[in-house]
Design a binder for this molecule. Structure first.
Ligand code: SF4
Ligand code: SF4
Length: 398
């Protein structure tokens, strides 16, 4: 047997089929279909890898429906490396048995986000669509930014306490300029020098999850080279990207990949760990801040408590974690575009939970979740959806 199929089967065979993961799986919760559960997906992969099941569109569908939220991995008593299993299956099968429309959409999203010219054209099209009747969902997009204005050195005010590299990710310019601006304002004021390498690239997560391992690994190599500098930390602010950077060490056994992964921290963890309490001078905010925890922050970065700890520093603020944490909002990067119906169905439960809390702000650490939830709240409640660092930058006085 092909050695990569053997290692795929070895991972799959760790599953003891206990089903403890099923209630935590967003697609199973929607469909109650065993094929749409982690256990069912693992059984399908076993069937295919052992030659018992052919790769048909019907076999492919539930495997493509997986959001890679990793809720199953977090609760699995047998420690099945579910994400590695799914990424390997997708790398082995590539785009085979996907419809032409699905392949075209997947490629358009990935290429569109990563090429500035296409991204700007796409952005203009979306801005125009927002003005059309029925175009309200696109109004959830915030103003675009220009990465050329961010590249380079942003020295600390006064004696630096740390030197951090800032990872932007491919969505920053298109959809999350406000968070970049907030970080580049806040960190130097807190004594952190920030370097934004101009030769960095997309983290590679979208290619990896789409089954294009070669494209993902090429992007990883570019980032490893871009951040090969004497930095104390490499900061991500979209937890989906931070999660991928943290696992570069699983995709390359080079010392440089290990060094980068070891330095990666989500921005909230970096601030909670590095900034001494006396450096914070936050203006009061009499407001209820509801914290949404992205699956990538909880299941891979494992740093959701840092967000809570930072926001609780704001005098007067009532900070509450969104109840039912452990559920996915349905965004999952490009999933919300490629699997729109399922993504919206999964989101509905989270939107109702947010509305029930009636917060003044919703804070989330992943731009994909922010966009998806903002669109879900559109027309129902006027709740600003922000990155936690945006609130801290706005309130820090010193
Ligand atoms: S990664 Fe998420 S969507 Fe996929 S099987 Fe696991 S729990 Fe379900
Ligand atoms: S919890 Fe783990 S061992 Fe149990 S069915 Fe799910 S993946 Fe398999």
């Amino acid at each position: 047997m092909n050695p990569s199929l053997e290692s795929l089967l070895a991972d799959a065979d760790l599953c003891v089929k206990c089903g403890l993961c099923s209630p935590h799986c967003p697609t199973y919760r929607q469909t109650a279909d065993e094929n749409e559960s982690p256990r069912g997906r693992i059984a399908l992969i076993q069937g295919w890898a052992s030659g018992r099941l052919p790769l048909t569109a019907a076999l492919r569908k539930p495997l493509d429906d997986c959001l890679l939220c990793r809720n199953c991995e977090a609760v699995c008593p047998a420690k099945v490396p579910y994400a590695r299993l799914m990424d390997r299956f997708r790398a082995e099968t590539g785009q085979d048995r996907k419809s032409l429309a699905a392949r075209a959409l997947s490629s358009a999203v990935r290429e569109g986000l990563r090429h500035p010219l296409l991204a700007n054209l796409g952005r203009r099209a979306l801005d125009a669509a927002a003005r059309l009747p029925g175009g309200s969902a696109w109004k959830a997009l915030p103003p675009a930014g220009n990465p050329e204005n961010w590249y380079g050195e942003h020295p600390a005010a006064g004696e630096p306490i740390a030197h951090a590299g800032l990872f932007l990710g491919c969505t920053a310019a298109v959809a999350d300029a406000a968070t970049v601006t907030a970080i580049l304002e806040l960190l130097p004021r807190l004594g952190v020098s920030v370097t934004v390498p101009g030769n960095q690239a997309c983290c590679g997560a979208m290619d990896l999850h789409a089954g294009d391992a070669a494209a993902a690994h090429a992007l990883m190599s570019r980032n490893i080279e871009a951040f090969a500098k004497p930095l104390d930390a490499v900061i991500g602010f979209a937890s989906g990207c931070s999660a991928t950077l943290l696992e570069y060490r699983h995709h390359s056994d080079t010392p440089a990949a290990e060094t980068l992964s070891a330095k990666v921290q989500d921005v909230s963890r970096f601030l909670a760990d590095r900034i001494r309490p006396e450096r914070w001078d936050l203006a009061p905010l009499e407001a209820k801040i509801l914290v949404h925890t992205p699956c990538s922050l909880r299941n891979v970065c494992k740093t959701e408590s840092s967000v809570d700890a930072l926001l609780r520093r704001i005098p007067g603020a009532e900070v509450k974690i969104l109840p039912d944490k452990g559920r996915c909002c349905g965004a999952a990067g490009s999933y919300m575009v490629e699997h729109r119906r399922m993504a919206e169905a999964i989101r509905a439960e989270t939107v109702e939970a947010i509305l029930a809390e009636s917060p003044d702000y919703l804070a989330t650490s992943n731009i994909g979740c922010a966009l998806h939830l903002r669109a879900g709240l559109q027309g129902r409640a006027d709740i600003p959806v922000v990155h936690p660092v945006q609130l801290l930058a706005r309130l820090q006085r010193a």
